[in-house]
Design a protein around this ligand. Structure first.
Ligand code: ITT
Length: 201
C-alpha cells in the first residue's frame, strides 16, 4: 500500500525563519512548501501583543487559503531593561520598513548606558499548527541570553548579531545556524512540534 505524504505549508514571509523551520521538519514525513505571496496573504492577520494569537492567525489564514495543514510562527526579542520590549512588536520595532541593521542600531542605542549585568534578554517563539478545519495546536520555546554592546557577525537574520545566548561569548550572528539550531527559541518550540507531528503523521 502506498501511503500519501501529508503536505504542510509554512505561513511566513520571513526567509530566515522559514529556512530554520524547514530544517526542524526534515525528519518528519511531511512535504513542506512555502506559502506563495506570503506577505500579501498574511497581511493584517497579526494583532499587536500576543505571540500565540498571532501565530494561530498566521497558521489559520494559510491553512484556509491553501486547504492544507499550515505552520505559523510568531517570535520576538524581550529585553529586560526595556520591560520586555520589543517583544511581539519585534518585526515592527522602529518602523515596519526598518532594516535589521536599523533595528539593531536602535536597540543598542537604547541600551547605550546599560551595564553588562543588566543586558539580559530572551527570544520567544510560538509555533502554531492549524488544519483547514480550524483545529490548532501551539508550542512555545525560549532562549535566554544578553544583548551585546555592538553588532557582531553576519550570519543568521534579524537580531542575531546583537544576541549572545547563555553559555557563550559570541553572538548568534557569529555562531551561525549550526549552534543556533541546537539552542534557539525556535529549536525549543519545534522540538515539541516535531514530537507531536511524529506521533500524528
Ligand atoms: P512572518 O510574520 O511573515 O512570519 P516576521 O519577520 O514579521 O515574519 P514575526 O512577526 O514573528 O515574523 O517577527 C519576529 C521578529 O523578531 C523578526 O522579524 C525578527 O526581527 C525577530 N526575530 C525572531 N526570531 C529571530 C531569530 O531567530 N533571530 C533574530 N531575530 C529574530
Amino acid at each position: 500500500m502506498i501511503k500519501a505524504i501529508p503536505m504542510m505549508v509554512l505561513a511566513t514571509s520571513n526567509f530566515g525563519k522559514a529556512r530554520e523551520l524547514a530544517h526542524f521538519l526534515e525528519s518528519v514525513p511531511v512535504k513542506v512548501t512555502m506559502l506563495c505571496d506570503a506577505k500579501a496573504k498574511l497581511d493584517g492577520v497579526e494583532g499587536k501583543s500576543d505571540y500565540e494569537q498571532n501565530a494561530i492567525a498566521k497558521a489559520r489564514r494559510a491553512a484556509e487559503v491553501e486547504g492544507k495543514t499550515a505552520l505559523g510562527e510568531d517570535s520576538g526579542l524581550e529585553v529586560e531593561w526595556l520591560g520586555g520590549k520589543p517583544g511581539p512588536m519585534s518585526a515592527r520595532y522602529v518602523s515596519p520598513d526598518a532594516t535589521a541593521t536599523q533595528k539593531n542600531e536602535a536597540l543598542l542605542g537604547e541600551l547605550e548606558k546599560t551595564p553588562d549585568e543588566e543586558r539580559a534578554a530572551k527570544f520567544v517563539s510560538l509555533v502554531a499548527i492549524a488544519e483547514p478545519s480550524g483545529a490548532v495546536r501551539t508550542f512555545r520555546g525560549e532562549c535566554s541570553g544578553r544583548i551585546a554592546v555592538e553588532e557582531r557577525g553576519n550570519r543568521g537574520f534579524g537580531y542575531d548579531p546583537v544576541f549572545i545566548p547563555d553559555g557563550y561569548e559570541k553572538t548568534l550572528g557569529e555562531l551561525g545556524v549550526e549552534v543556533k539550531n541546537k539552542l534557539s527559541h525556535r529549536a525549543m518550540a519545534m522540538a515539541k512540534a516535531r514530537e507531536y507531528l511524529e506521533a500524528n503523521c
